[in-house]
Design a protein around this ligand. Structure first.
Ligand code: KG4
Ligand code: ZN
Length: 361
């Protein structure tokens, strides 16, 4: 049941549910205080397939979402009937998973009478720096994960201007693919970063796609193909890939990604004008070399990288984004739909293709 504006201002205890990819998340927030943030991963279920299998993800979310909510409520030390609002990812993402979360949230909203708020998953990531650091609008956000890569000027909790994004793969996807090509474990990002430490970043020159073109759009698929060729050259006539050669390819690949992200961030900062901060989110922001390069690019502008547990998919960011929407008066009813695609900036041109982890926004 929706409540009046005055009531909304009082509401502080909010449940957030996230099921759009391969992590089942549930969290309870009291304003900016995170009382619990439970994430039940599915990595082991997908490991044998070299990527997220949508049907397996959907089934796992359906099985785990109630457990995640129960755990989040218990860990927060509250009961369900004390929850004053329920926020849920309503897209974009793998539709089976999103549906599991939305159905669960609707059931809880119907049972408790708490208002239901459908949240855009990307808004969850994009608003995280306000949860962690309380920054003001507008700020520049670079979202870099296994499924997404885009620059957003965050104007308000419901108003985002997309300055650019990937036209093919997300960088996390590229890290994962490169790891597979080189026989390294998944997720590929940490494995490639570790291997790169022993390599020479100049030994294997790799391309920096789209750097020669103006604007903030990015591309990573050609880089992946170049890594495949470099690997084949390094293996030519050899029984396998030598450790040193693998390290050199990893170092060359990582520095190419760093160069691309740094140069495009420089341009995005210029395009964004007058922002309070430059923030990053998404699993790829865990990469030390990438973080350092972006910090350098920020220069005088405040640079923010949330702690990793809030950078990757989680329920707390959904609860927070829901609270921000609620405070602006946005409440959904039980007709809330799950959306596989849901661009944050509806006016920006659609991006091409869909990633391994679902449709790109
Ligand atoms: O945000 P996230 O947990 O999930 C989604 O994609 O939704 O991001 C996961 C991605 C994976 O592709 C993983 O390889 C990448 O983030 N990643 C990294 C690092 N740690 C995780 N990429 C580069 N360097 C890392 N240290
Ligand atoms: Zn995400």
């Amino acid at each position: 049941m929706a409540m009046g504006a005055a009531g909304r201002q009082q509401m502080t205890l909010i449940l957030g549910i996230e099921t759009s990819c391969d992590d089942t998340g549930a969290a309870v927030l009291k304003d900016r205080e995170i009382l619990s943030n439970v994430v039940l991963g599915q990595a082991e279920l997908h490991a044998a397939f070299g990527g997220v299998v949508p049907e397996i993800a959907a089934r796992a979310h359906a099985e785990k979402v109630d457990l995640a909510v129960e755990a989040a409520v218990a860990e927060a030390g509250v009961t369900l009937d004390q929850i004053e609002a329920i926020a849920v990812t309503a897209g974009p993402g793998l539709i089976g998973g999103v549906l599991s979360g939305v159905m669960c949230a609707k059931g809880l909203a119907a049972a408790t009478g708490a208002p239901l708020i459908g949240v855009n998953h990307l808004a969850g990531h994009a608003l995280t720096p306000r949860l962690t650091d309380g920054i003001d609008f507008p700020y520049l956000m670079l979202l870099v994960s296994g499924g997404h890569c885009q620059f957003l000027r965050v104007e308000s909790a419901t108003d985002f201007t997309r300055l650019g994004g990937t036209i093919d793969d997300a960088p996390g996807e590229a890290f994962d693919k490169v790891a597979r090509l080189l026989g390294l474990p998944q997720p590929g990002g940490p494995a490639v970063e570790t291997a790169a430490r022993d390599g020479d970043p100049g030994a294997v020159p790799l391309p920096r796609p789209l750097l020669d073109r103006p604007g903030c759009d990015l591309s990573f698929s050609g880089l992946k193909t170049a890594v495949l060729r470099a690997r084949d050259r390094a293996m030519d006539g050899q029984a396998g890939l030598a450790r040193a050669a693998r390290a050199d390819i990893c170092a060359g690949f990582q520095v190419a990604v760093v160069d691309i992200l740094a140069e495009k961030s420089r341009r995005a900062l210029l395009a964004a004008v007058d922002v309070t901060a430059f923030a990053v989110a998404g699993g790829v922001a865990a990469n030390g070399a990438i973080r350092e390069a972006l910090r350098d690019v920020a220069g005088e502008v405040r640079f923010l990288a949330p702690p990793l547990s809030l950078c990757t998919d989680n329920g707390a960011m959904i609860a927070w984004a829901g609270l921000e929407k609620l405070r602006l008066g946005h409440v959904d009813d039980l007709t809330l739909a799950a959306r596989p695609r849901w661009p944050l900036d509806e006016t920006a041109p659609a991006q091409l293709g869909g990633g391994k982890k679902g449709a790109k926004a």
